[in-house]
Write a protein that binds this ligand. Structure first.
Ligand code: NAG
Ligand code: NAG
Ligand code: NAG
Ligand code: NAG
Ligand code: NAG
Length: 357
């Protein structure tokens, strides 16, 4: 994989290491060489043939895509999930989020926290609109992909709206596709902040790992099984943070989740999001999928972390990922992150692979 891809795109011809085209500034020296005799001509021709034959195989698809072009180039439209996953995955593992343009500040905040754990190289941003695709890839080539169709920007980010439901309803499809490609995948909502590296908490070889969204305090040694159903007859597992291995069980769970979303579509009355469907899928596949509930002290719901200071004090130093949920509204979420010193983009944007947005 070419190291230059980890830097910002190179626009000036003089610094572009891939400027091999005959139209380039190499043309003049080549022409004068040609005039010096057939031996040199032959040498040059064979060099060109070697480069022409080997170049496509030596380069990853991504470096061909960004060849001599700006990252906002419509070529990113042809960048597939298959290409992106192959380029970004490390240890066969991806960290994935799905964002629309309005959420870019949250994306950056989340990325800073991941960069602090040195896991940012595995991050693949599933862009829900072209603005996000271009913006991320312009600053961080290859780390964003758009799985068509793109969503209508205005509708996509209002919690409880049909646009929001459509936005989250695509999650299990993206995840299933990544599993079918053979990768481990960690999905995160971007209103999360990592305080430590979660990977060492993914113990054993289970199909799926997740966290409970219930706010009541559990004993430190609570079970790692699926909890018993709550008041609504189902569990309250968070669809905000899911780690999946590319196993039959994990794929089955994603398929069931897709089915459940189709069976219980959005309605204004229910203001549904995708989480109930995920919990019904867990219920209906139980016994067929090997699940692991992550420890509450490390992966608390926002309903606990932001609401119970006593608990936060008691479990100090154990927290791994903080989720800014149990609150509605973009500005309120930002304010709460600020109040808790978790809004990192104001002072630490330089730590993000995207820089200051
Ligand atoms: C890949 O996994 C190995 C062993 O689990 C670990 O030591 C290494 O740090 C991982 N590499 C990356 C890039 O995460
Ligand atoms: C959401 O998806 C449904 C069904 O695919 C579609 O009819 C509707 O127009 C979409 N709404 C929004 C706001 O994206
Ligand atoms: C947790 O610890 C308590 C007291 O030490 C014990 O009674 C209980 O069985 C343990 N629970 C689990 C799930 O191990
Ligand atoms: C699945 O849901 C039903 C209905 O709420 C419940 O009776 C059953 O115990 C649940 N199964 C599991 C494994 O949680
Ligand atoms: C807050 O946390 C403390 C300490 O863990 C616990 O005893 C208490 O019940 C919690 N309060 C609420 C309202 O859940």
């Amino acid at each position: 994989m070419s190291p230059f891809l980890h830097q910002r795109p190179l626009h000036t011809p003089s610094s572009d290491p891939y400027e091999l085209s005959p139209r380039s500034r190499h043309q003049k020296p080549a022409a004068s060489l040609l005039s010096r005799g057939p031996a040199l001509l032959l040498l040059l021709l064979s060099l060109l043939i070697i480069v022409g034959v080997l170049f496509p195989y030596l380069q990853s698809p991504i470096s061909l895509l960004s060849f001599n072009s700006r990252s906002s180039d419509p070529k990113w439209r042809g960048y597939t999930l298959h290409d992106a996953a192959a380029y970004v995955a490390k240890n066969n593992t991806l960290i994935v989020c799905a964002v629309s343009e309005a959420y870019l500040p949250f994306l950056n905040n989340w990325l800073i926290s991941i960069a602090r754990q040195k896991q940012q190289d595995k991050v693949l941003v599933i862009a829900e609109d072209y603005a996000t695709l271009y913006k991320v890839n312009e600053r961080w080539p290859g780390h964003a992909v758009l799985v068509p169709p793109a969503l209508e920007a205005a509708a996509a980010h209002k919690f409880g709206s049909q646009g929001f439901f459509n936005f989250t309803a695509r999650r299990p499809r993206h995840l299933l596709q990544i599993l079918e490609l053979g990768y481990n995948v960690m999905y995160n909502d971007v209103d999360m902040v990592w305080l430590a590296d979660p990977f060492s908490y993914l113990k054993g070889e289970h199909d799926v790992y997740f966290m409970d969204d219930m706010a009541y305090v559990k004993p430190l040694n609570h079970s790692h099984d699926l909890p018993p159903p709550g008041k609504k007859g189902r569990t309250y597992i968070c669809s905000c943070m899911i780690y999946l291995r590319p196993t039959t069980g994990a794929k089955l769970l994603m398929k069931k989740w897709i089915d459940e979303l189709q069976d219980q579509p959005w309605s204004r009355a229910k203001k549904a999001n995708d989480q109930p469907a995920f919990n019904w899928a867990l219920n209906k596949t139980s016994g067929q999928v090997d699940v692991y509930l992550l420890p509450q002290n490390a992966f608390p719901t926002g309903g606990l972390y932001f609401k119970n200071k006593t608990w936060v004090q008691e479990t100090k130093g154990m927290h791994v990922i903080i989720h800014n949920n149990y609150i509605i509204g973009f500005e309120k979420k930002i304010k709460r992150f600020r109040d808790y010193g978790l809004w990192l983009v104001d002072d630490h944007a330089s730590e993000s692979p995207l820089g200051k947005l």
